[in-house]
Design a protein around this ligand. Structure first.
Ligand code: FEO
Ligand code: CA
Ligand code: CA
Ligand code: CA
Length: 639
């Protein structure tokens, strides 16, 4: 989610030990060049390209990047390299495809709340392609609808405010499950489809795992603490080897109107008076009023598992993965088949998490793995000097996580994962966004999008992993576990510090080998080992200040063994580029264009909806949309 730097959530006031101090800025910036010899000896070098069966047959294509880089420009279209085509596939308001219930989109915002529940939500984000029968020609596409622009969602925007508008906004959040099919070089949505589904911010869900039934999860509507309504602010995602979709609840605090005197727990999670002004749900949906329902917000901030094959399946909030302003949930397997989930928490000075399942994945899809994500160990990352790090277990009774410190049960640890991570001394990062695991080397990458508060008065200073004050540009960090993915130690360095060499401040210049970018967010290593980077520069910043040469958001490709970064796509005016997934043959790449036309204040004027962008329809209202990219000669995208 693009956020104004001035209003970004920043609630970490813990006094974690400052073990990260490094006095030499040159050493900080060049740590990316490779690991210190001692570390290399200890853990083996990063980016060594060790042999692996990961990536399947596609790894044989190699990581090479063959397309010609495109220039950055202030345009209002999706631009891709010569020899490629981009096709709009699924826009806000398009019917999801439920038989007999496919309301037509009304470009003036006049669809009802009930119709919106049957149509694509707004602000498409994380996304995953599930092949039907292993096919690269037909599949189920699942995607998040992160948040809404109420200025576009309703005919007169927020000029009046009604229960119907709140219901429509609730129904424009959540997840879409659609079916798509390739015909020649074009893709089309299968309408109707037996898979079609909308999950919204009102869909009934269960809460499972160690925190289920915890006193802090109990509400008047759910005295069991196991049944929640809906999911929202779903940012990035995960795709499990057993065929399910993970959707991650990010900035949930923005939806809850807090109280004048928040308690320490509410303060740590940013549940403040005035939050409700953004979406105004609490005015018509009482559960978003913290004064009346103090525990409702504890039921958000989870990773939710959805079975895309069964539109009647109840989504499951997996408490074992911990509570956070979850960005994504990249999933991979240990050599013996246990699931490992990497998760960033996107707020200033928050943390990077890893979950390792207790049990091995069994053959037989979701039916055989229904409780896999309910049992395991959650860790939080500490990035030390000299490029080493440690995963600290968030386990009740270990270290400071004891009853006298407020952690009487594992449920306490998981619901209060931020406080537990503070107590363990985890490293406060520059807004961790997406994580991704290289299927060939098993190196893990994470985007740290930016943090303009780094080094500000009263705020944490730099550390080796977060080496720049007033970090407007962000960086991509990577690590390799010391052994298998379940290891508790790792070696790390920076793939790149983003920036623009033409800027005056060294902290904004970066060290990119290739095309300029800042605020990396979406991040995926594809099956042949190409790292795709998507940017989310907030619309209040695009084209201004240190982003003067970056008027639009973009997507780039990188061969991480060489470090060269090349621009592949530029998006329309006022959008974020996000949500990358591909067919197994890598001949179709899907991305999401989120909030084209978003003005700097993130709320459109319903009387001038086309003020910033006319994409994709050329009229009506701008619409977030899924775009599919193919190579005109039918080849692998990026080669
Ligand atoms: Fe929703 Fe952190 O981006
Ligand atoms: Ca966004
Ligand atoms: Ca994001
Ligand atoms: Ca972002």
């Amino acid at each position: 989610m693009a956020k104004d730097f001035s209003t970004m959530e920043d609630s970490n006031r813990s006094a974690n030990p400052s073990i990260h101090e490094v006095s030499d800025p040159a050493r900080r910036i060049f740590v990316r060049g490779g690991l210190a010899a001692t570390v290399a000896g200890l853990l083996g070098p990063l980016a060594a390209g060790c042999a692996s069966t990961g990536g399947g047959n596609m790894a044989a294509f190699g990581r090479s990047i063959g397309f010609k880089s495109i220039p950055m420009a202030a345009i209002d279209d999706v631009v891709v390299p010569e020899g490629y085509s981009a096709q709009v596939l699924y826009r806000w308001g398009d019917p999801v495809g439920i038989a007999g219930q496919m309301p037509v989109f009304r470009p003036d915002g006049s669809n009802t709340a009930a119709e919106q529940a049957l149509q694509a939500g707004m602000h498409h984000d994380g996304m995953a392609f599930f092949p039907v029968d292993g096919s690269s020609q037909r599949g189920i596409l699942v995607m998040n609808h992160e948040y809404v622009d109420d200025g576009l969602l309703h005919v007169d925007g927020m000029k009046t405010w009604t229960a119907e508008k709140v219901r429509k906004a609730i129904n424009a959040h959540g997840v879409s499950v659609i079916e798509i099919q390739r015909e020649g070089n074009a893709w089309k949505q299968v309408l109707p489809s037996k898979f079609a589904r909308r999950v919204t911010a009102a869909t009934p869900m269960t809460i499972t795992g160690p925190a289920a039934g915890h006193a802090m999860l109990k509400t008047a509507a759910d005295p069991t603490g196991t049944r929640a309504l809906g999911t929202f602010n779903n940012c990035s995602n995960g795709q499990t080897p057993w065929g399910t979709y993970l959707t991650c609840e990010e900035n949930f605090a923005d939806y809850f109107e807090g109280v004048e005197q928040p308690d320490a727990h509410q303060r740590r999670w940013g549940i403040r008076k005035g939050n409700g002004a953004k979406y105004r749900w609490h005015e018509h949906e009482e559960r978003f009023d913290v004064a009346k329902h103090p525990n409702e917000s504890n039921r958000f901030g989870w990773v939710v598992e959805i079975d895309p094959q069964d539109p009647t399946a109840t989504p499951i909030k997996r408490s074992a993965l911990g509570r956070a302003a979850h960005e994504g949930a990249a999933t991979a397997l240990t050599a013996d088949g246990r699931a490992v989930v990497y998760m960033g928490e996107d707020s200033r000075f928050e943390y990077i998490y890893k979950f390792v399942s207790r049990d091995r994945v069994k053959p037989g899809g979701f039916a055989a793995n229904r409780e896999l994500l309910d049992h395991g160990t959650l860790y939080v990352g500490r990035f030390d000097v000299e490029g080493t790090g440690e995963w600290l277990p968030l386990t009740q009774g270990k270290g400071p996580l004891t009853t006298d410190k407020g952690f009487a049960s594992q449920g306490d640890v998981l619901i209060k994962a931020r406080q537990a991570s503070d107590a363990l001394g985890a490293t406060k990062m520059d807004r961790p966004e997406w994580t991704t695991v290289d299927p060939i080397t098993k190196e893990v990458y994470c985007t740290l999008t930016n943090n303009s508060n780094r080094g500000a008065s009263g705020q944490p200073g730099v550390d080796p992993a977060n080496p720049r004050v007033n970090n407007t540009m962000g960086q991509i960090i990577r690590w390799k576990e010391a052994g298998d993915l379940d290891a508790t130690r790792f070696a790390w360095n920076h793939l790149v510090l983003a920036g623009d060499p033409k800027q005056g401040r060294w902290e904004a210049q970066g060290n990119i080998k290739g095309d300029t970018f800042g605020s990396p967010d979406g991040l995926t290593v594809d099956a042949r080992g190409v790292l795709w980077i998507q940017t989310d520069v907030s619309t209040s910043t695009l084209g201004k200040g240190e982003y003067s040469n970056l008027p639009n958001n973009q997507m780039l490709a990188c061969d991480p063994t060489k470090g060269e970064i090349r621009r592949f796509l530029v998006g329309p005016a006022g959008c974020e580029i996000t949500g990358l997934t591909a067919t197994p043959d890598l001949r179709s790449l899907f991305i999401n264009v989120q909030h084209p036309g978003e003005p700097a204040n993130e709320r459109s004027d319903p009387d001038k909806p086309l003020a910033v962008s006319k994409w994709p329809d050329g009229g009506g209202r701008p619409r977030s949309a899924t775009v599919v990219i193919t190579k005109n000669d039918g080849g692998v995208v990026g080669t």
